[in-house]
Design a protein around this ligand. Structure first.
Ligand code: 5AD
Ligand code: SF4
Length: 449
């Protein structure tokens, strides 16, 4: 008995949220393909739709719900087809309650249960009942996906969960405690990607600097980088995210000394006020943050540093905000993501009064974004005339006549022509700059077209 649903043949996966969700969606897609489903690019023809959701801020969660609302309408038009699965962080947070909110929902699965999506689908088809599984990731579960969004660069999880408990953040509640993957498994996955021709891997974790805790083997994150640099054959390694409290001279040394480790660090500062950082439970102050940035810049000249900022944290005064604004002005990040504080149920900050008015949050957000726009443009303009190593990713989405790629510093460059260079590392002369990307031309090897 299949509860009215024949075994689905075509699946469509919709992804919201961070790179971990992108990686989970790839794994989901890979498992579904191995079960014989075709992966298709639109929901209209699909008989299984998976929505991989994010709950980091209210807006992200609202997006997931409107998407689900649209799918439920479509489902009531099309009968029992398509099967709809809700995955990711909203699924973990809300669990079984989602079945009340969306009575047509077939499967609810947490990020930890992504490796089991095939079994959950079977269970749904066998029982005809909705299936809810919001458990944690089973130890040793499959991680490497045969399906990847890109043939040039890939995400590789090195750990799951987070033990930090920043006062505003829902991640520890939805992704569980920190668990590192054994280094041998990571090395195997990265080596396999290098053998398949991938040129770049981004190692993923909520706080990669604490990699290694709880493993049988004594290894830390710089140790993992060293092993991958020496043994995997991968040309470029990146990682995200680093927590400033654990960012230390050993990691700086690894970025400086290991040829494959790119000179780009995402180091979320969140705020520039000591008081606000303390209230956020970040465990560093603005002075310590500045010292670490200086240490990194001295050891690795030209390193590109990006960050995240939260404005309008409970109790953030005009003076606190000015401290953030000044830190951003001084540090000269290559880019940043800025967010308005959004209270998340179950976090310590949700118990505080959300006292910065909405219009004031908007103004602070805009002020940070305006400031950064000018800085990004200046940094980019300063690169005109330089030759940068670019990993060519393929035709640009906005202009198929152009190829697009990234520098080692993780800056996007668009270049005319040369389709055949996809996946290759090439020298590119920068000859134009915007706020978010660079323009360039291949100046590569003699005789190459
Ligand atoms: N409100 C606003 N921004 C948040 N972030 C995390 N939690 C919240 C929240 N409750 C931001 C942080 C983090 C990024 C991924 O999202 O800046 O670094
Ligand atoms: Fe990623 Fe956090 Fe959003 Fe979950 S809640 S998808 S971990 S950003």
């Amino acid at each position: 008995m299949t509860g009215g649903n024949p075994r689905p043949k075509k699946a469509h996966v919709i992804t919201f949220g961070c790179q971990m969700n992108v990686a989970d969606s790839e794994l989901l897609s890979g498992i579904l393909r191995e079960k014989g489903l075709d992966l298709i690019g639109s929901p209209d023809e699909a008989d299984l739709i998976v929505v991989n959701t994010c709950t980091i801020r209210r807006k992200a969660e609202d997006k997931a719900y409107s998407q689900m609302g649209r799918l439920m309408k479509m489902k009531s038009r099309r009968g029992p087809v398509p099967l709809v699965a809700m995955a990711g962080c909203v699924a973990k947070k809300e669990g079984r309650d989602l079945l009340r909110r969306f009575p047509g929902l077939d499967i609810v699965l947490s990020p930890g249960r992504v490796p089991r999506v095939g079994d959950l689908l079977d269970r749904r088809l066998e029982t005809g009942q909705a299936v809810v599984d919001i458990g944690d990731r089973p130890a040793g579960a499959v991680e490497a996906s045969p399906v990847r969004k890109s043939e040039v660069k890939a995400f590789v999880n090195i750990m799951h969960g987070c033990d930090n408990h920043c006062a505003y953040c829902v991640v520890p509640a939805v992704r569980g405690p920190e668990v590192s993957r054994p280094p041998g498994d990571v090395l195997e996955e990265v080596t396999e990607l290098a053998d398949r021709g991938y040129g770049e891997v981004t190692l993923l974790g909520q706080n990669v600097n604490s990699y290694g805790k709880g493993l049988d083997e004594a290894i830390d994150f710089p140790g993992l980088l060293e092993r991958l640099d020496k043994r995997s054959g991968m040309e470029r390694l990146r990682f995200t995210t680093s927590h400033p409290k654990d960012f230390d001279s050993r990691l700086v040394g690894a970025i400086r000394d290991l040829p494959s480790v790119c000179e780009a660090v995402h180091l979320p500062v969140q705020a520039g006020s000591d008081r606000v950082l303390r209230a956020m439970n970040r465990k560093y102050g603005p002075g310590e943050y500045r010292d670490k940035v200086n240490l990194l810049r001295e050891a690795v000249p030209g390193v590109r540093i990006s960050t995240d900022i939260i404005v309008g944290y409970p109790g953030e005064t005009e003076g606190d905000f000015t401290a953030t604004w000044e830190l951003v002005k001084e540090t000269r990040f290559v880019s940043l993501f800025a967010f308005k504080f959004s209270p998340r149920e179950g976090t310590a900050a949700a118990r505080l009064e959300d006292d910065v008015p909405g219009a004031e949050k908007d103004r602070r957000l805009q002020a940070i974004l305006d400031l950064q726009r000018g800085i990004s443009r200046e940094i980019n303009e300063g690169m005109v005339g330089r030759v940068e190593e670019v990993l060519v990713e393929g035709p640009s989405k906005t202009d198929p006549g152009m190829m697009t790629g990234r520098t080692r510093g993780n800056q996007v460059v668009n270049m005319p022509g040369k389709q055949g260079l996809r996946g290759r590392l090439r020298p590119v002369e920068i000859n134009g700059a915007g706020t978010h990307c660079l323009m360039g031309r291949f100046v590569g090897k003699a005789g190459e077209k």
